[in-house]
Design a protein around this ligand. Structure first.
Ligand code: G6P
Ligand code: MG
Length: 219
């Protein structure tokens, strides 16, 4: 029985995935390396340094580990500049409505994000007030598709992953949810590719799949 819902952040609760793309694109442009949306989609869910390898894959030269660290720093600086402008108004009305309704229905909700910038986003948008637990990139040692982040998010709610559904827009995220033993709800690109146990067209569709606890108990 589903008692908890574990949400990825970027590209699920709000569109910070676009800021990731724009910040990587700015770095790629400066280095004169072609970088397109398809590559941007491959960066979803994976770590900053793994994303950098995708950005650099069309480069004609190789870079030292020190140069790579500096590029990752440059991207993160540009990304955080976008985040500084976030306000509660940037959270889609649908996100607030769905999270609020799921809590009224009796589900416990947690964040399961691989981002080390999640705290800044939660602070700027006020999203933390809608969550019962938060696990982010600073709490984990292995990034998605490893199950660590979803296992810890379930644990933060005092639940087994088997009693949870995870929601993610990335292939790496869906694999992470499955490896944790939770039910995988894909959204965005991962849903379009049919990768989830549930493939959601919008976050609102969670409300069709997750009825009130009384309804579940009466079945
Ligand atoms: C999320 C995003 C990825 C990003 C990762 C690390 O999983 O989907 O695109 O690479 O977080 O984000 P960070 O903010 O720590 O660089
Ligand atoms: Mg995501």
């Amino acid at each position: 029985m589903i008692k908890g819902i574990l949400f990825d952040l970027d590209g699920v609760l709000l569109s910070t995935d676009q800021f990731h793309f724009q910040a990587w694109k700015a770095l790629a442009d400066r280095l004169a390396i072609p970088f397109d949306r398809r590559q941007g989609d491959r960066c979803r869910g994976i770590s900053r340094m793994e994303s950098l390898d995708i950005v650099l894959e069309n480069s004609t030269r190789t870079y030292t580990p020190e140069e790579k660290l500096q590029f990752a720093e440059e991207k993160n600086h540009a990304y955080r500049a976008f985040l500084q402008g976030l306000t509660p108004a940037d959270v889609p009305e649908e996100t607030v409505r769905v999270l609020t309704q799921l809590r009224i229905r009796g589900y416990r909700l947690a964040l399961a994000s691989g981002s080390k910038n999640a705290e800044l986003i939660l602070e700027k948008t006020g999203l933390c007030s809608l969550l019962d637990g938060v696990v982010d990139g600073r709490d984990i040692t292995r990034s998605k598709p490893d199950p660590e982040v979803f296992c810890k998010a379930a644990q933060a709610l005092g639940l087994s992953p088997r009693d949870c559904v995870g929601v993610d827009d990335a292939s790496a995220g869906v694999q992470s949810i499955r490896a944790a033993g939770a039910l995988a709800a894909a959204i965005g690109p991962a849903a379009q590719a049919g990768e989830g146990d549930w493939n959601l067209k919008s976050l609102s569709q969670l409300l069709e799949r997750c009825p009130g606890m009384e309804a579940v108990l009466c079945r």
